[in-house]
Ligand binder design. Sequence first.
Ligand SMILES: NC(=O)c1ccc[n+]([C@@H]2O[C@H](COP(=O)([O-])OP(=O)(O)OC[C@H]3O[C@@H](n4cnc5c(N)ncnc54)[C@H](O)[C@@H]3O)[C@@H](O)[C@H]2O)c1
Ligand SMILES: [Zn+2]
Ligand SMILES: [Zn+2]
Length: 408
Amino acid sequence: MKAVVFHDIGDIRLDDVKEPKIQDSTDAVVRLTASAICGTDLHMIRGTFSGMKPGTILGHEGVGIVEEIGKGVRNINVGDRVVIPSTIACGYCSYCRASYYAQCDNANPNGKQAGTAFFGGPQMTGPFQGLQAEYARVPFANVGLVKLPREVSDDQAILLSDIFPTAYFGADIAEIEPGDTVVVFGCGPVGQFAIASALLMDAGRVFAVDHIASRLAMAREQGAEVINFEEEHPVTVIQELTGGVGADRAIDAVGVDAQRPESGPAAKEAKAKEKEYKRELSKIAPETNPKNGNWVPGNAPSQVLEWAVKSLAKAGTLSIIGVYPEAAKVFPIGMAMNRNLKINMGNCNHRKYIPRLVNMVRNRTVDPLLVLTQTEPMTDAIEAYKAFDKRQSGWIKVELKPQAAAKA
Ligand SMILES: NC(=O)c1ccc[n+]([C@@H]2O[C@H](COP(=O)([O-])OP(=O)(O)OC[C@H]3O[C@@H](n4cnc5c(N)ncnc54)[C@H](O)[C@@H]3O)[C@@H](O)[C@H]2O)c1
Ligand SMILES: [Zn+2]
Ligand SMILES: [Zn+2]
């Protein structure tokens, strides 16, 4: 079968690989009808989330038809249409039973302390073969797989595999109360859904910060008050537009590949920190491999953390869902401490939120399609990756169609 395979930092290819088989009794094999490219994949190819094992199939977002099940899977039938949560969880450890699926004690073969297990990630996350493929093995399928009703299309469901639940989780741990002012850093797919989720939770106002016009336009369309960080200083604007109070809640939907402003009133301050940022980056990404403008790591890993802390109101809450590797060690702790901020963060407990979101899409409370801008056959996956990595205008969320590869 065809799959997108990680060979090295800056080197991914569409390869012919072996089809997966059932290994454990709670496994399922799913024939994927939709997959997608995520910002998290980009960190791995840029080298800012390191430790990928060559030969790993990329991708952790998938929708498909159950092809085969082990005898421990009793709630799903062959032929069912399902969405696959990005993180893998056993369903019976104390963490899973408290719905902390991303901290499952049993799913990660590297042990209880190894952290989140997910599809298509670095060695320390499993590694598990990913979902940018024609078929995938899903461990703990009895717990993970969520059946899809007819009313929810594949194009809608692929957004429920990772990015909408992640953003909803981000808004949840931001502790949004009705009327709150929320600032979302990053208007990529996750940021767009963070805006939508904040509004679903009755936020009074939502600010959205990025520097890409098409992404800011989408945020504005949703009703967010937009700030281009290369034209204005985001912290100053938020202070001004909140009467000097700041935002009650901030969501970091950028992560380790944050960029610093090259122009506008925030550029000078960021330029002065150039050396510090370079030092941070050399620790985070000792190896990088940019090629023709692709796979360039962000040049200011802690920029968003600093802006988020500064733009919060005293005693506000910071929610970090942008991904940082263990090697990221810079955070403005003193500033946060002295302003009594609260910080919640982590990998999404996908399985906790997906059933609720499936229902919200089914009953038309929300239509996730607003964020899907491209649907490409998997045969064009590498080109699609390059366009998404360069954040080409209009390229926000990219769905991949694995079946198109099967027919090719
Ligand atoms: N915690 C989880 O479980 C989880 C799950 C999925 C994705 N993620 C993470 O969420 C983040 C966003 O994912 P995505 O798919 O939307 O990625 P993306 O790369 O498409 O979006 C990131 C956005 O941040 C913007 N940005 C860069 N520097 C900025 C700055 N200084 N201030 C404001 N915006 C800035 C970029 O222009 C871009 O639009 C990534 O870090 C991804 O790894 C986390
Ligand atoms: Zn993702
Ligand atoms: Zn568990």
